[in-house]
Design a protein. Sequence first.
Lengths: 117, 110
Amino acid sequence: GAVVSQHPSRVICKSGTSVKIECRSLDFQATTMFWYRQFPKQSLMLMATSNEGSKATYEQGVEKDKFLINHASLTLSTLTVTSAHPEDSSFYICSARDPYGGTDTQYFGPGTRLTVL
Amino acid sequence: QKEVEQNSGPLSVPEGAIASLNCTYSDRGSQSFFWYRQYSGKSPELIMFIYSNGDKEDGRFTAQLNKASQYVSLLIRDSQPSDSATYLCAANFGNEKLTFGTGTRLTIIP
């Protein structure tokens, strides 16, 4: 299957700082990437859909000014958590859609565990 | 609202037996369906997808789709302790997004 990487895998930061998370599709070009957040023992929550070369589409209730998404190339999308607070601590996971799969299959990155002190 | 529903479990199955995971969805227009496995603390990994009625087999895994009844299931034959995980069912409702169920926690008992 297709490979998606994320960096960093784990980050600890102080409250008020910004954190950037990178998501890369390694062996295919992804016109669409997705950003999810998952709290302990809960299901995936879609935050936003990231399309290459255009503005991201955010789900209801997700603050676009707090979670900045940039999809500058067909293999890279970034999520920046601005002015992070302890309640932003979560497991952030990206996925990339294989446009040639024909079934809208999403492949997930390994995730980034964010802890805000 | 378009939804995907799963029994949260936990589902306990003896090693070597068949584990059966079920999922129902609300929209008859759904195009394709996916099963992901998620180990604790890890991200989901794709097991298989299905978009035609009937069965699709891949090794020890069989996905079954019944569009008339709006359910999709995953069978795991010869269950192993390494199959213990949360299994997520997802559906594509005609746009590029996937709608996920809440997941079923499966435990294989040695």
